[in-house]
Design a protein around this ligand. Structure first.
Ligand SMILES: Cc1cc2nc3c(=O)[nH]c(=O)nc-3n(C[C@H](O)[C@H](O)[C@H](O)COP(=O)(O)OP(=O)(O)OC[C@H]3O[C@@H](n4cnc5c(N)ncnc54)[C@H](O)[C@@H]3O)c2cc1C
Length: 660
């Protein structure tokens, strides 16, 4: 029998939600912000649904036991202060209880500040100064990619199957289709375009992201996000387009990809830059960017305006700030609007809503894939088999290793090294509104410490505004204080620091054959850079004039101007990294099916074809021999282009050998 909440459990959950997002009595409350509590927005209902559908049964049973325990205190009838104390006492019982209470806190805040009401707006947003969605999606945006649908068991035959339509898969599909190959692209996500994007964070997580949005690694260390829709990460990402740094190119060359530090790779990078229309004309510097560049110049740090894959002719600074939730304007030049269109125009077919279970091989050579198609309307599934002598694995660094492991191919290095560019957030609250929804999310880079230490270091950049997620990072000391600080949303400049990681995590399969991610974050250099990046961000906010500063989730009050900054930094340095401390995020997954010369430490040969199976090629960020060190989209695309052209080279050799 599926688990259900009892009426008492439901009542207790609602009271917990309303403790974390509390109604705070105030005489001066013109927009009802202080009076509104989490359940007024439906956060309790959303959390119950989330827990029932997303939590493994064992964990759910444990959580319900904890909720039962809280319910024993006649929790609902207690005043706010008593409820806060009860929850703190329950959290003190054990690390597991603390984790569960922290998770309920995060979910309460996330849903309360992101769920849209019936008119698309959340009643709390007005008090935060957040405009919410600015317009309905255009209804006239045609879906121009050639899509096939399947009904019942289906078998097809093509030259090349591309698994995944993201940054890497899209590029590979275009190169191969334009060379005359019969290509099919299989994408687990659905085909959403401008007409479907509603500028809502929750809708974006549900429809466009892998596993419904940020989800924890198996060890709880990192909260991971990746795109899962047609275009993959390139549909939801923040458009920051950076060339692969020379140090990284040298490292890849040392790993065996010798052409990568020659002009041959410049050509791949330039071709990508041109096709996705990277330019610096659209890099409007909004409040958070002005604060970042101002701080950099005051402290003598390097800052540069970003090039972005945003079409200047379609660019609207009032709308582009929502493009991480899917871009209504069509300005963002992800693969959906560029390479997948090229592939489609050259005859490639796209099959969305299909999960590739495994790659089929015969005698050490690819012969196709086996997949499961799920009809998005009826949820009915059917088996799809595609016969093809060539398979391109481009399911992203989270899923390509799982695909190879399920297929029993790729050798010992599959999933052995997962790099994540671990990241977190430091926020400054300023006197003037910062309005991060105006202009592109990520239009500048503070790169002073990018390679500060043995080639490793960190970047500091601005972020896509996400009212739910970025309210979860506001320190929660009590219900009233959290409301107070949350209300300052439009006055915040949020900066993300991104660590170029030397250490790695891994990808394994669980008992159901699903990918599981591990990231112990034990590398001392990476941990040092994570802490240094947080401190640099704090000092920069101070230099830029912030009135208050806080590190994501810190368990004490923000620094206030006039207070001792060094004492604050000392306290910040004592916060643990990860669970129970500073949250670690990742939007950049790489290296989990590396290219390289050594079959013991890499999955594919330097040209991109697996060491142990002919006809299977890696064309996504998983193939990077080491992390890109900068935002990885352009590097992923350039590497995929290189792999696809290597595939054609091989084919040509085969053709000419046959002719001889
Ligand atoms: C929120 C966010 C912001 C970002 N911002 C930037 C930025 O500003 N600049 C930048 O350079 N990078 C950015 N990135 C990172 C960048 O988007 C990724 O590094 C890049 O898209 C990786 O490309 P990929 O081909 O490896 O994987 P993806 O683009 O993730 O594509 C993989 C695709 O494979 C599909 N798939 C997975 N498993 C299967 C399966 N079994 N069967 C079929 N299909 C499958 C997925 O659904 C997905 O669509 C951001 C990422 C995120 C999540």
């Amino acid at each position: 029998m599926p688990i259900e909440f009892t009426p008492l459990q439901r009542e207790t959950l609602t009271a917990i939600v309303d403790t974390f997002v509390a109604s705070v009595p105030r005489e001066d409350d013109p927009d009802g912000f202080y009076a509104a509590k989490g359940s007024d927005v439906g956060a309790d209902v959303a959390i119950e649904q989330y827990l029932l559908t997303r939590l493994p049964e064992e964990q759910l049973a444990g959580l319900l036991q904890l909720i039962d325990g809280v319910g024993l205190f006649e929790f609902k009838a207690q005043p706010q202060a008593a409820r806060e104390e009860i929850l703190a006492n329950v959290a003190a019982i054990s690390p597991e209880a603390a984790g569960a209470i922290a998770a309920l806190n995060q979910l309460s805040v996330l849903f309360a500040y992101s769920l849209p009401g019936p008119d698309g707006h959340n009643p709390l947003w007005q008090g935060m100064g957040y405009p919410g969605p600015v317009q309905n999606p255009p209804q006239d945006a045609r879906k121009t990619l050639e899509v096939i649908t399947v009904a019942g068991e289906t078998t097809l035959e093509v030259d090349v199957v591309v698994v995944g339509s993201g940054s890497g898969g899209g590029v590979a599909a275009a190169v191969l289709a334009e060379a005359g190959k019969r290509v099919i692209i299989l994408e687990a996500g659905s085909y959403h375009n401008e007409s479907d994007f509603v500028q809502s964070e929750v809708a974006a997580y549900q429809n466009l992201f892998l596993r419904g949005g940020f989800f924890p690694s198996a060890d709880g260390m990192v909260s991971i996000a990746a795109g899962s829709t047609v275009g993959g990460g390139s549909t939801v990402n923040w458009s920051n387009s950076l060339l692969t740094p020379n140090t990284v190119r040298s490292h890849w060359a040392e790993a065996g990809l010798t052409d990568v530090d020659t002009p041959a790779f410049d050509e791949h990078l330039q071709a990508v830059f041109d096709r996705i229309r990277c330019n610096d004309k659209v890099a409007t510097q909004n409040g958070p960017h002005e604060r970042l560049s101002d701080a950099a110049s005051k402290l003598g740090y390097g800052y540069r305006v970003a090039t972005l894959n945003i079409d200047p002719e379609r660019y609207d600074p009032n709308l582009i700030g929502y493009s991480g939730m899917g871009d209504q304007t069509g300005a963002k030049q992800g693969t959906m609007r560029t390479y997948l269109q090229d592939a489609s125009d050259a005859g490639a077919k796209l099959l969305p809503n299909v999960w590739v279970d495994r790659i089929l091989t015969d005698n050490g050579a690819a012969v196709g894939v086996e997949a499961t198609y799920t009809d998005p309307q009826t949820r009915q599934s059917s088996r799809v088999v595609i016969h093809a002598p060539t398979v391109v694995a481009a399911a992203g660094s989270l899923e390509t290793p799982g695909l190879l492991l399920r297929s029993g191919i790729g050798g010992p290095a599959v999933g052995a090294e997962l790099r994540l560019h671990p990241a977190s957030l430091v926020s400054g609250v300023y006197d003037e509104p910062q309005d991060p929804w105006y202009g592109p999310a990520m239009a500048g880079i503070m790169n002073e410490f990018a390679e500060t230490d043995q080639g490793f270091g960190y970047l500091i950049e601005c972020v896509q505004h996400l009212p739910g997620l970025f309210t979860t990072v506001v320190p929660w000391l009590d219900g009233a204080q959290h409301k107070e600080l949350t209300r300052k949303y439009r006055y915040r400049a949020d900066w993300v620091f991104i660590v170029k990681d030397r250490g790695a995590g891994s990808v394994t399969l669980d008992e159901n054959g699903q990918s599981t991610f591990w990231y112990p974050f034990t590398d001392e250099l990476d941990r040092r850079h994570f802490r240094e990046a947080a401190v640099t961000s704090i000092r920069m906010h101070e230099a830029a004039g912030a009135e208050q500063i806080f590190l994501a989730g810190q368990p004490f009050a923000p620094w206030q101007r006039g207070e001792d900054l060094e004492a604050f930094i000392e306290k910040v340095n004592e916060i643990p990294i990860g669970p129970g401390g500073t949250p670690v995020f990742s939007a950049h997954q790489m290296c989990s099916a590396k290219l390289g010369s050594d079959p013991q430490t890499s999955v594919a040969k330097p040209n991109g074809e697996l060491h142990d199976v002919t006809g299977v090629w890696i064309a996504d960020a998983s193939g990077m021999p080491s992390c890109s060190g900068v935002n990885p989209m352009v590097s992923t695309m350039a590497l995929a282009r290189r792999t696809a052209m290597n595939m054609l080279g091989d084919d040509r050799r085969k053709t000419s050998a046959a002719a001889d």
